[in-house]
Design a binder for this molecule. Sequence first.
Ligand code: PLP
Length: 463
Amino acid sequence: MGKSQNIASNQNLTNKLDDRILHPWEYLEYRGEDSRTFIDKSKGIYLYDKTGHKLIDGPGGMWNVNVGHGVKEIADAVYEQIRKMPYASPFSESTEIAAKYASRLVKYAPGDLKRVFFTAGGSSSVDSALRFVMFRNNVKGLKEKKLIISRHNAYHGSTYLSASCSGKERDKNNFDFADNLVHHLSSPDPFRKDSNLSDEEFCDLKVQELEDKIIELGPDKVAAFIAEPILASGGVIVPPKGYHKKTLEICRKYNVIYISDEVVTGFGRLGHIMASEKYFDIVPDIILMAKGITSGYVPCGAVVISENLMADLDNKEKVIFSNGFTDSGHPVAMAAASATLDFIENNNLLDHVKKVAPYFQSKLAELIDLPIVGDVRGAGLMAAVECVIDKEKRDPLNLQYEIASRINTHCQNLGLIVRPLFNTCVMSPSLIIEESEIDELVRILREGIILATEDIKKEGLWS
Ligand SMILES: Cc1ncc(COP(=O)(O)O)c(C=O)c1O
């Protein structure tokens, strides 16, 4: 049979709605099976599937729909911008809407982080920051200083370089990475620390590991340390107190640039537009943003760079920063970003997060009484509920149990979407969530965990 006949017969065989998409993080065995829930519309903290079934959007999109779904002001701003001018090239022209938004954004930035490079999303923010660092080091004559240090359990994106910085074991299968450039430290995960260690000792151990790695690779070769303040997709891992400050001090000691990846922690999730200084007490060299910057309404990202780093590039003749995207500072994205910031400011959303987050964390923490829940952790409006076989030993429920996916399936039937990460359920709802809605979210999650526990008991996987 010829190739074209093959394609035609495949089309007849599948004929499903979803059979032309290769989805992100798709198990290939299920490709084209229409097995995913089709989301049709959304409002506030809720999503509706094709049948009209109402679901709480537990992950708030992908940690990004921070102001909630269906904000008319953002829709209007986007519409008006498209009608006025959908696009202008950022390579040769500029726009007032991008310039004004950059000025607003840097007012929230700590220290001297006052220069903004716009990107198309999180991965391109990571890539652009790393390319900027290498470019700057080349311009400074530091041609050997190019290595990047990241951490296990980090997630930084899906371009070649950002994926190389990511450190989630399961994502390492069958892909190639820039292993010559990126080196990983162990995850600063307090839940998995040796129980003989105090939090402070554990923190010092992790900080020492960074220093040892810089010395091993050579301070003249290490360019940057990239770190999410809270390792989000790695399972909402909150490093021990003091870790951020001490790792920054090590970076300063060896002239290593500190890149704070705030793609998730920014735009209000921890009650601040940028959490690095206000929440973690550090002023990094570069802060990365995306996701909540436009609340997910249209794609956008930003790299906020210190004037100190920019000064290294002063008075350089005929040196071009040849890095940019067709969509850098896209006028429609800028309209959505401006309207998102308006919404956050006008509705005192940062104060709302500060008020409601302790309730969110304490209600979720009640789930620890369930027999398979080993840890409930988080900060602000991001949290993880981790399932284990044995609470004492803290061993994760094995991959073949697919426990978080099972919980998600039950929760979806009951009206809640969960972000399943292997043995961990992640929650990062829109920031507009109210206490009564948190009650409902936690009630459904509890029921979903109980039902999934019954499933694995019935199958003899757990007793
Ligand atoms: C911390 C962090 N950095 C970068 C990215 C990549 O962002 P994007 O998917 O917009 O490329 C993500 C995505 O989840 C992220 O969580």
